[in-house]
Design a protein around this ligand. Sequence first.
Ligand code: SF4
Length: 347
Amino acid sequence: MPAPQCASCHTARAALRRPRSGQALCGTCFCAAFEAEVLHTVVAGRLLPPGAVVAVGASGGKDSTVLAHVLRELAPRLGISLHLVAVDEGIGGYRDAALAAVRRQAVRWDLPLTVVAYADLFGGWTMDAVARSTAGSGRSRACCTFCGVLRRRALEEGARLVGATHVVTGHNADDMAETVLMNFLRGDAGRLARGGGLGSPGEGGALPRCRPLQLASQKEVVLYAHFRRLDYFSEECVYAPEAFRGHARDLLKMLEAARPSAVLDLVHSAERLALAPAARPPPPGACSRCGALASRALCQACALLDGLNRGRPRLAIGKGRRGLDEEGPPREPQPSRPPTSEPVPDF
Ligand code: SF4
């Protein structure tokens, strides 16, 4: 049976059915609709004002590749300028190839690119070194928890380095729904309270941060990359199979099979969630070491690095942090780990 006509232009043959609406579109009309929806998300949410210098968190993966491409298309209409900021976590056999994809994108799209490395920012610690350290402490499954905290800090540092006024990341609706599920499963009221909305306005001196693809499904992000013939890196990080997120992803797939709107429903649930006063976390203060927002004496990143430098990464996350705060600063200055055995950032 021949493909139906595109429901938008009524001339070309449809190349896909939109996963949510079932609308049959040709590739050109689908890409135009996708870009228009991202534009609407940005404009309606007032996420990126005219004149904004936007640091795009670029990982080389499909989401950040699509985000950078769409924002480059929309930049003249939005009146914004873009700067790619990539983070080299120091993950052997993975990140070097992903960074190569980011470099190709920067050249092809004529966008400035800055790479910041964990090893430079965090006293020689790379993600591989963190993984080795946490493996000895029984927290090897928590690599992504550690990495997520450090990535956030690294992207903020990189964005400041290039004079950005705003930070954008490529999280899509599926990522956000997984995060909501994980926070429920962990009973993490603090993150649930902060997790809604399309971004954060930049509290505590942090740059405003937003997720323009937050309402786009993962399937459509992949379709957009396909029809725009985008070059991206699609291998999974070596630490990803251990992540708790994988369980949330499996659960979400089952939910979506039974209820196709489950992903967006979860995203909107988080936006509308209101915690009872007794369950609300206290307003954050400032980290006593770096000044970033913190719910305890130290922010998550400083607590994590403190725990690693003490050789006690168990203290750095979850309930162990209470002990870390109570212990005070390390008794003696910790030397930076020599990065000699780790991949050397090539920028
Ligand atoms: Fe970091 Fe985990 Fe992502 Fe790997 S999968 S880059 S360890 S957050």
